[in-house]
Design a protein. Structure first.
Length: 433
């Protein structure tokens, strides 16, 4: 038995046969990738890595499997056997195996390749870990689907298996909300994970939550919203991520980073340590890394934050387009008479509301499925139908900011204000006018 001391769950246990997965270079690589790069510039203790988060998700996946097995053994509708449980644990352990250096701060570069970390996650599982997984008597392609799949193939008849790992109410969120808050020293992650798991159900082959857990789900939504505002969207955290993104893009050609699309070995050779060294040694990216090393971060010159409505979402969708952002940054820099490389428009793209729950359906992102016996009949309804709080959370926090060097803040602020007003003819929904 593998016994690990975890600050959230105490002593967690895994079967010995998982040692080849734990000890694999690709899994150990997660020790060298920070969970929330940039947040440690605000919260110094937020230095935890993808490694311990992955252990937590694997542990919770096993815990959910045990809970649902007890329920399903009684109902007889579905079964979760030992192989299913091991598959879920492994999918939980490997759900972030494809993250690049600096975690989400590397996603901007991956998007230029038309990829994301989940694409690499599936490849690592299927191409590098396949032999080790098969020796456990498991199917690598099934594990890859549970861990990082977008569509259901092998789990098409049992969608709840996928939803345990990735959905609106999954073990990934249950772990990172608590873990990131714990290491940041905030209290937004005080979520009753045990109670949520206790009320998980399988109905019509879908994962759902008993209506008795409504209040604890509302607490989770509140914690998630506050965590995004105070941790993930913090202006200083985002400034650090902007600098590392600029460094990566500036040196991408010199470092042959575009090769990672086809060279998986090159991709997994990159972690926070190796990438930092490469960026520091490259003349095109060195300045940005030195700014990070001395904490000389970009400062906010202009910002607008609040609770998003439909018009705001339209503007954010407009600005998320890299081409639009680049054009606006060039216009602002020219208007302010500032070097283009010192102007950055930031529109955080991490989802700050739960992912869609129903695989293959375009339902509302907030549609956490609740099992209710209203009218004497068991059925699934969205949480928003019984929770005014959940409906209110659909108008989620957003932040649109323009960054520059401290000495240019006033010039960039004035230029941005002017440009945003003039942009109304480009986007009639523009909220800045």
């Amino acid at each position: 038995m593998i016994i690990i001391k975890d600050p959230l769950y105490g002593y967690v246990k895994f079967e010995d046969n998982l040692s080849p997965i734990f000890d694999s270079p690709v899994f150990q690589r997660l020790r060298r990738i920070k969970q929330v790069f940039g947040s440690d510039f605000v919260y110094p203790s937020a230095n935890h890595t993808r490694f311990e988060h992955s252990l937590g998700v694997g542990y919770l996946a096993g815990k959910v499997a045990d809970h649902l097995k007890r329920l399903l053994d009684v109902s007889g509708e579905e079964k979760i056997d030992r192989e299913d449980k091991l598959s879920l644990i492994l999918a939980g352990l490997l759900h972030d195996i494809g993250h690049g250096p600096f975690s989400h701060a590397f996603e901007g570069f991956l998007s230029r390749l038309g990829m994301n970390h989940e694409d690499f996650g599936r490849r690592i599982i299927n191409e590098i870990l396949a032999d080790r997984i098969e020796k456990l008597g498991l199917d690598p392609s099934f594990i890859a689907e549970l861990a990082a799949g977008y569509e259901l193939n092998k789990a098409i008849d049992r969608p709840f298996m996928k939803q345990i790992i990735g959905s609106a109410i999954d073990v990934d969120k249950l772990d990172y909300l608590r873990r990131d808050s714990y290491h940041a020293g905030t209290f937004y992650g005080l979520i009753d994970v045990d109670r949520i798991i206790m009320h998980l159900r399988v109905f019509d082959k879908q994962l759902c939550v008993d209506e008795k857990a409504r209040e604890v789900l509302e607490s989770m939504l509140m914690g998630r919203g506050l965590a995004f505002e105070a941790i993930y969207y913090h202006k200083t955290s985002r400034s650090a991520q902007i600098l590392i993104d600029k460094a990566i893009n500036a040196s991408a050609d010199d470092l042959n980073l575009y090769e990672i699309k086809d060279d998986l070995n090159k991709y997994i050779s990159l972690d926070d340590y190796s990438m930092w060294y490469l960026l520091l040694k490259n003349p095109k990216s060195k300045e940005y890394v030195e700014m990070l090393a001395s904490r000389k971060l970009l400062k906010v010159a202009w910002e607008i934050t609040g609770i998003a409505d439909q018009k705001t979402r339209n503007v954010m969708n407009w600005l998320i387009n890299p081409k639009v952002r680049n054009e606006l940054e060039e216009i602002i820099a020219e208007e302010a008479n500032v070097d283009r490389k010192y102007v950055a428009i930031d529109v955080p793209s991490l989802p700050n509301i739960p992912y869609r729950h129903w695989i293959g359906r375009e339902d509302r992102p907030m549609e956490i499925p609740i099992l209710t016996s209203a009218d004497g009949e068991l059925k699934i309804i969205p949480l928003r139908n019984i929770s005014q709080f959940a409906r209110a959370m659909e108008g989620y926090f957003y932040a649109i900011r323009v960054y520059t060097l401290d000495k240019f803040r006033m010039r960039v602020k004035e230029a941005t204000t002017k440009i945003m007003r003039e942009s109304a003819h480009i986007n009639p929904e523009n909220m800045f006018v």
